[in-house]
Each structure stands twice: as C-alpha cells, then as structure tokens.
Design a protein around this ligand. Sequence first.
Ligand code: NAI
Length: 425
Amino acid sequence: MTDPITARLDDPATAREEGRRKMDWAVQHMPIMASLRESFEADQPFAGERIGMAMHVEAKTAVLAEVLAAGGAEVAMTGCNPLSTHDDVSAALDAVEGVTCYAERGVDDEEYYAAIEAVIDHEPTITVDDGMDLVAAIHEDYPELIDTIVGGAEETTTGVHRLRAMDDDGALEYPVFAVNDTPMKRLFDNVHGTGESSLASIAMTTNLSWAGKTVVVAGYGNCGKGVAKKASGQNADVIVTEVEPRRALEAHMEGYDVMPMAEAAAEGDVFITTTGNRDVIVEEHFEAMQDGVLLANAGHFDVEVDLNALSALAVDTYEARDGVRAYEMADGRRLNVLAEGRLVNLATPIALGHPVEVMDQSFGIQAVCVRELVERGEAYAAGVHDVPDELDREVAEIKLDAEGVDFDSLTESQAEYMDSWQHGT
Ligand code: NAI
C-alpha cells in the first residue's frame, strides 16, 4: 500500500531526513522532554496504551509523540489545522517506531477529518488534543470507544472552552486535563510563545518592520498580553480592543491605547486577533481601514476575521506574497490577509510555531498528564479537570534544574506560618 504521507513528497527519503534534523534540533533545547524520556524509557509507563493525538505536526510536537512512544505507547497522530503541518516532520515522525502519522499540509476539510478518523481507527485509550477535534469526533461518531478511553489532555484555550461547554451540557463522557490552564503552560506558551512567534511570522512573511507601525491587538488575555508587549518592545504603537472591563483596564494601566474596534479600524497598520471568539473584525471595520493594512489571526480557529465579508467587498483578490492574500476594494485600498486568517504563527508558509523552549514546558505538562491518566485515571470522573499542582511543580523544577537556577524553599516555621490563621499583629 502507498504510504499516504510520503506519496505526496517528491523525495521521501530526503523529506524524512530533513524532518528528523528539525526534531533533533528541537530536542537539544527541550531538557524537560529529555528528562521525561529517560524515565519513561526506563519505566515503560505507557506499555499497552494507544495514544491518539491531533496537534500541529511540527518538530516540537513530534518530540512529544516520540517521547510517548519511547515510554511504550502506540501513538497515532494527525494535525489540528490544515495549514500547520510540516510534511517533512510528518514523514520523519511516521518513520519512528511505534508512531503512525497521518498529517499533511494543505488538506481540504474532507481529508482533514479523514485523518482524524484514521487516528480514531487505532482505538485510542488516551487522547491528546489541541482544539478538541478528537474528543468531539469520538463523542459524535465513535461513542462505543468511550468505555475503553482512560482520559485525555487538551492543549489550548479554545479546546478547554469547548470542553467546559460540553461538560456543562453533561455531554463529556471521559476525564480530560485542561493542560492550557496550568501556570507552566499559559504564562509562558500563550504569553511569550504567541507573542514572539506571531510577530516573527508576520515580519518574515511580509518583510516589513514593526517600528513606527500602529498595531491593533484584539483581546487582552494571555496571548494578547504577549503580542502587545512584544509589539511594543519592537517600537510599535499598540492599541488594544477588549470586551471584558478588567482586561481593558489592565491594558490601559499598562500604557496601551484602549478603544473599540470600530475606532481602532481606522488607526491600525497591523491587526492581530487573539480572542478565541468569532467575527472580531467584520465588514464595518474593513470599510474604515487604511490602504495596505495587514490582518492576522493568532486565535485557534479561522473565525476571528470575517473573510466571507471581505471577499464580498473585494473587486479583486490575489496572492501578494507567499502567505499574503491582498483583497482590493472598489476604492483601490488593499487589505492583506495572512495565512488565510488561520493561526499566523503556525500557518504561514515559513511559520515555525512557538519557540522550542516554550513548547518544552507545554509538552512536559502533556506528558506528565498522560502518565497521571495511566497511573491514576480511575480517580478522575468524566469531565474537565485542572492539572494537579504537583505535576505543574514537577515540570517547573526539572526546567529550573536544567537552567541551573536554584531557588529557596520554605523553612518549617514559614510553612507553618503560611498555613495558619492564628498569627496576627
Ligand atoms: P484568554 O481567554 O486568556 O483571552 C481572550 C481575550 O479575548 C479575553 O480577555 C476576552 O475578554 C477577549 N475577547 C473575547 N471576545 C472579544 C472581542 N470580540 N473583542 C475583543 N476582545 C475579546 O485566551 P488566550 O489564552 O489568550 O487564547 C486566545 C486564543 O488563542 C484561543 O483561541 C487560544 O486557543 C489561542 N491560542 C493560540 C496560540 C497560538 O499558538 N497562536 C497559543 C495559545 C492559545
């Protein structure tokens, strides 16, 4: 049978080699994953488990899959976005013992969901998602598998939102860890990772400078904070739009201009959405924008910029650069959309995703969550669960150790003082 991945590549052997090189580079900068790999290889905690994964298939995620396989799991993986897969990494990963990878870049909707089903055909006992597509497909189309699923882990804010909504409806039938919500993930990956990689991807894709630009950041949550801070650090003027009053106030006190999108639309040179919500930039905003603006989305789904409305307004549209589509308005203005409105840090042709060190932390949490599910899965009822704090601390301590950073611990009397309500003035 023809290998579904390598069949698409001109030179499969070279592609595998290049993918392997990317993974080898990543792993050198992932001390948490290296440390976990060592213990998993020795203990084989995942022997007999089948782990289904739907994540952005690039070098760092490939390291996670490989580490889980090294711990004895059979891993089946696909992408969680049609544009974020690195085909060479997918091919290299598929060649790893114990791993099958179905991800391909640029697939259409039908192929995307066929790959999700191919993963589910492995009858996973554990799911690892970025956006909840596996959990959704299993609950909707393969409910018979739920009895043998120990649990899952979810990587991103949007996935956790969807899972909590499902849980509130009483529809989530196995336990899932909210990996996104741990300090070791959201305070680093969402803030620094999204900030650095979104700006890098936009700059490399357009070859334009940040200095002197007005950058409109929609949403001042974890991702928005990182994007705003790094844009400001590159000498851009930052405007923040928000719907949550305390977040708007926080942005104001941080020194950013805060205003509704209806006003910001006419001011911005670059727009970056980070809300996880839909229809954040719509027709009335397009009407007000200046010629040449850049529109980029860093939220999980491609619903933040209303591309249907933009297409309807456009008299012409063309590929201005690789990864940049220009929409020309009747009055001659050109509005430029990056990566088809998909995650800009992962879906432009040159996108690399978050820095390696950041993903070491996120995937360290994923890996210890999978270990927790195997070791103590029966202790967790169906529903969304916070990651136990000691697992988050474990990963932080491995990282600090690898960085050669020492830190204090509480003395006995300090610990007792902090736990007591009787000490006052
Ligand atoms: P968050 O919940 O911390 O922040 C979202 C913010 O957007 C909130 O403050 C909310 O009030 C605001 N918001 C909602 N609707 C809005 C609207 N119409 N206009 C302006 N503001 C609005 O979420 P977080 O962690 O920042 O994640 C945001 C999105 O980014 C999610 O879809 C998440 O999955 C995704 N994500 C993307 C990453 C990437 O690699 N590009 C990495 C991590 C998360």
